[in-house]
Design a protein around this ligand. Structure first.
Ligand SMILES: [Cu+2]
Length: 137
């Protein structure tokens, strides 16, 4: 025989995983909404390039000689900013960041005018042919 209390306890126990799952979903939604600096709404500042959604944003940036470009990783996966093309023997010879984790940044000063290609060593197929155009000033 089961008492009424035991029966109710069993029903409650069955519901706990569902309640816990609903709580996790709710807390996750709240965290995504209220976290400061939510990367989905931020826009890159001047002379900044975001690494976001496995791409460079903007893909092409134009600056004056002597200025600095700063890359900021907004993704959960690591990225690099590496000069050249993945196929080049000398890729990374002009600038090469370490692997940047989320919200880490890398800066490079461009002293010489010219057009500088770069890519991500972690995603050489998807993040490539990005360009820094440095104008004579
Ligand atoms: Cu990458």
């Amino acid at each position: 025989m089961t008492s009424k209390n035991e029966h109710e306890n069993r029903i409650l126990r069955g519901k706990i995983p569902m309640i816990a799952a609903a709580l996790v979903v709710t807390l996750g939604a709240v965290a995504l909404t209220v976290l400061p600096g939510c990367p989905s709404t931020a826009t890159p500042g001047s002379n900044q390039v975001f690494m976001r959604a496995i791409s460079f944003d903007p893909q092409r940036i134009s600056i004056d000689a002597g200025e600095t470009v700063t890359w900021i990783n907004m993704d959960l996966v690591p990225h690099t900013a590496t000069s050249g093309n993945p196929e080049d023997g000398d890729s990374g010879s002009i600038f090469r960041s370490r692997q940047l984790s989320r919200e880490q940044r890398f800066s490079h000063i461009f002293d010489e005018a010219g057009t500088f290609r770069y890519f991500c060593e972690v995603h050489p197929g998807m993040m490539r042919d990005a360009t820094v155009v440095v104008n004579e000033n």
